[in-house]
Design a protein around this ligand. Sequence first.
Ligand code: GAL
Length: 739
Amino acid sequence: MKKILMLTSLAVALFLRVAAQEISIDKGWRFSTGDSSQWASTSYNDQNWKPIDVTRIWEVQGYPNYDGFGWYRLHVIILSSIKEKSYLKDSLKIDLGIIDDNDEVYLNGKLIGKYGGKGGNIKSSNYGPRSYTIAANNPSILWDKENVLAVRVFDTGGDGGMYGDKHLITMADVMDHVRINTDADFSYGDNNSLGKSIKLLTTGGYIYKGKLDFALTDPENGNIIYQKTNDADFAAGRPFTYIFNVARLDKKSYKISYTFTEEKSGKSITKTEGTPYVLTPYPSSKPKINGPDVYGARPGNPFLYLVPATGRKPLIYSAAGLPDGLTLNANTGIISGSVTVKGDYPVVLTVHNSVGTKTKKFTIKIGDLIGLTPALGWNSWNAWGLTVNDQKVRTSAKAMAVKLSAYGWIYINIDDGWEAAQRSSTGEITPNEKFPDMKGLTDYIHNLGLKMGIYSSPGPRTCGGYLGSWQHEDQDAKTYGDWGIDYLKYDWCSYSEVTAKNPSLDDLKKPYFVMRGSLNKINRDIMFSLCQYGWGDVWNWGAEVGGNSWRTTGDIEDTWKSMSRIGFNQVAEGPHAQSGHFNDPDMLVVGKVGWGDNQRNSRLTPDEQYTHISLWSLLSAPLLIGCDMAHLDRFTLGLLTNDEVLAIDQDALAKEAHQQLKNEDYQVWIKDLEDGGKAIGIFNTSDKYQTITLKRNGDELKGYNKIRDVWQQKYIIANGSDYNVKVAPHGVMLVRVEK
Ligand code: GAL
């Protein structure tokens, strides 16, 4: 017993790193899979538990594919000196990095906080950063003594554990209770002016008095363009609002910083953001037909295709060469019906309005393959998480029909959170109370010319803790067919519980073969989207199991770190993309996201968002918008309605870009296109402006005469010389080269 105690103290001494006002708790943790209420207790002997690195997920530390419960324990001395040195001495803060997915935190055996778990059920998905605050006089804290911090984690699937780069014990700071809310939309005025209203908010009892410094900087040269300081005071329920307007901005992103400095403590808090700038030209009133050049459907199944077209309304649609069985509605542009005979049908689509007429060649391929180009649509997850409901889906569908379907956006996909707690007495899956009429919802979506997607998991439960399709695959596929579903995202979650501990490649493939088989029995074209995070190098066999797309990574977040790590690492995957089968580096994080009821602006800067859309288009990725569609601001709309950018994603050759060049500061990615041209993304991955040169005789440009700036839709004069382009930090220049 004594020996164990000595070891414990030694571990504490070794692993405890104390800075002046904080205690770092990123080392010294021990870990066990499984679950027991005794593991919260101070007296529990955890010396035989394995050490674990809390900067990394547990899967890479000897627990491959592990889902379920895991406990982390740490022995730590909480020094009262952090309290003495702090300004507000009232609460202790414990930061635990990211928890994937849910957690309960115990200090010396007492529950001090928990997060996640739908309706108190820990088995649901709520992964994200955790920070717990407890009163400094809470008797659970043993000041200047050894404390046991125990964290019970439940992972619903995919990456799991406690990880990330911020594990700290500190005293809550006077600024911890202050928030600078910049989520209002920018307003766009004359003279390239931009305006916005921001708020200083607090939830604490403290009355804040101080100054708000506003500064607008040109990141290209560091020059301050505009600066202003205002008195600012605010308290709970009484925010401070600051409204600004700046004019004559160039077409690039400027940096805004808002700094509030509190008078008495001298402490300050800063938030920065980039100004948005719209590159996509305003659509002409003349008709234009967007969307892919090819479209696949299976013989005998219901056919639905909305001809995507812009131009002054009303637009009148017609088509020559439609195969038998299809008709086009001249007023809505919806082609429907069913074709029995396999074959390639060349069609000429025409759209006419008061200012002109436009035609486009379009091939309908009736055969076994669907999803010839990547899906363009919306998915509820990054916006609403498990709070998705019928109304939110209808609102999104309506917004897509009014603002986006003219550019080819079609799918409205419900992610997790729609399933009832129990199957019917005959085993059918039913929707929960948030979806009172699934068939009615699908009809509504189809009537808009759009398509409807749904989500499930091959395990007994989904990642959100809802019912999965385990042993009900045929039944579920039939239900989807009855509702009129067009797209199924099929996860992995909890399948680990019903397959081998260390699944072989065959084990990884099996649930997807099973569900594909079930879907094939249904008289509908249902796109099959695999979501098992890239395990077993799924790009090698995603097509074999019938996937139209397969996720190549864990979940994306709206940060540069996450988006760039995923996007710029799609290298081995690239050659496997082909018509009907695409790599899926996860959904888009532009616009207002939140994974739940609280929406906020994406944390990607405007330049990072241009990079995100450009890179995903080069990667021939399914583009699934993940934002609140009811609040598409002008910048986000510009990102999503550039027909020339979308045409790169939708190119009929269906090749994925390859990484042509990578150095410390920038990368060049090239995608071959159907017309013999190439799309080239020149990405500045550094924090500073870069001038990047493509050599006239280099691999990128050799043999091509014309260079087109795709976002701005205009040709660039390069006069036969090298092409030099200045690219913003984390930004992109997307060009298309033609012979
Ligand atoms: C995750 C998946 C997410 C989302 C979520 C739903 O496994 O990666 O995209 O579908 O499950 O619970």
